[in-house]
Write a protein that binds this ligand. Sequence first.
Ligand SMILES: [Zn+2]
Ligand SMILES: [Zn+2]
Length: 587
Amino acid sequence: MKTGLVSELKNKLGCSDASINTLQTKGYISISEEVVKDLHENEILKPLPTLSAIQKKAYDKINSVFNSNKVCLLKGITSSGKTYIYFYLIKRALERNEQVLYLLPEIAITTQIITKIKYHFGNQVWVYHSKLNNRERALVWKEMISGVPGIVIGVRSSVFLPFIKLGLIVVDEEHDFSYKQQDPSPRYNARDVAIVLANLHKANVVLGSATPSVESFYNAKSNKYEMVEINKRYGGIELPEIVLVGLRNELKKGEQRPMISKYLLKEIKKSLDKNMQVILFQNRRGYVPYFICEDCGAIPKCLNCDISLTHHKQLNRLSCHYCGYSKKATNICLSCESEAMKSSGFGTEKIEEYLQILFPDHNIGRLDFDTTRTKMGGADIIKAFENGDIDILIGTQMLTKGLDFENVSLVGILNAESLMNFPDFRANERAFNMMLQVAGRAGRKKTRGKVLIQAVDIKDKVLQMVLHNQVHSFIKEELEYRKIFLYPPYYRLIKIYLRSEQKQILNDCAELLAIYLKAIKYCEVLGPEMSLTPRLKGNYVKQILLKMNIEKVNLTSTKTNIEKVLSAKKFLTQYRRVKISVDVDPI
Ligand SMILES: [Zn+2]
Ligand SMILES: [Zn+2]
């Protein structure tokens, strides 16, 4: 083994034993051999449960999509039993001695699936994510390159495993933005890479979601993909009852908006009295501050880009971080003329403290960015909630990701507006998906669940579509808006980030690049603008956004032209130390 690898290295690099020895003695490389122990033990496998008639129908349809060599988009409402359909597809692939990649957006939710899948497939299941140590990763790597049939359950990085006989890729929760790796490079979207990978292997792909991404839906509508739908929950359980709770009525002049309305408070008490669990959903901490009218719910948006303006406290200005449009922040609302415009947003920590005062006899847990940074990635908190050791779980995005809890009767979404006002063009898609996904956590077994959505303006269009579970209408509207304001899937976006310790040099460099980029045909240039995180590790950060009309632009030549502009920078001594990174299809 050891000598085998060394000779392989020698062949590849065309170097001698002597040079390898020298590298080793100088300490640049080390050669060692380790036997990695097989982590699996012998288990007794359970047969898969029989599919319901609805599941079976979907399963058959998926197979016929596979036969036509198309990507299958499986749109099944929450709790419709998609997982066991995947398991049957996996079983079929394994029977053909193929390898399977089962992608999930987050480590924390892999734990639930792993338990389930091992139950049926035992030692053919492998797990792959960044929290594994090198030894564990090497083991999966070795198995896949050996070509043995098996299932890898993994997060986005597992698309780079050396599969030999890949037959099936399942991309679960395909709409999830966590599939996109933003930083560091390589910047890629694992869902899109999965489709390319499947092409290379002539493998089948199924993209699954209750709330498909606008892009995938568009691909299905334009016949690039084929869509299979399940519109009933497994076992005939009803979708939860959704109630929109207006926060405006409760508010007296000058009063602080309550984090939890009286109605929601009453419902929480009711659930706890029945020994049921509660999930409360709030955006992640340190979310971008925006302005909202406490009277009518209006939010100032950019006239050019239709994204919400971000509030810069020090300057007291509202500005568009796409095109740079900015105006003075005032407390007067342009829609209703009341003086109720305010900076908004509160985090999960505050809510936790507040609930501990309200419910001193109950256990309250928090699942957010801070608590999921640990080695367990939040899995310990999820486990505790599953076991009933936590009564109320407050959480962020993580909660929307396909988790399955039996005993949850109530889900509260505390601040719907804060979801819809992330300053980017996907804000509505993000909010719509999150709300339906988190609502889907209520009443998955036994009884019908209840979902309370708190908002200042409950007549809001997006909220109304959440209320009626109108996925198709939502995406149709969203596509129209994207067409008007020139966003994907009609336009291709590229974001260029520039970083430097010196502000002036950064500004000059960004301005110059923007001028050159503007000369590229069919390429619209927005910015340079301050990035949403204007200072990063001692660097100032600016961004330039490029928009390209997909129908007109020649992507290959545009790419070459952009590269030319960016590399020309290095001839200018003063800008040599400005760092540039390019993000294609940013999220
Ligand atoms: Zn107003
Ligand atoms: Zn703008």
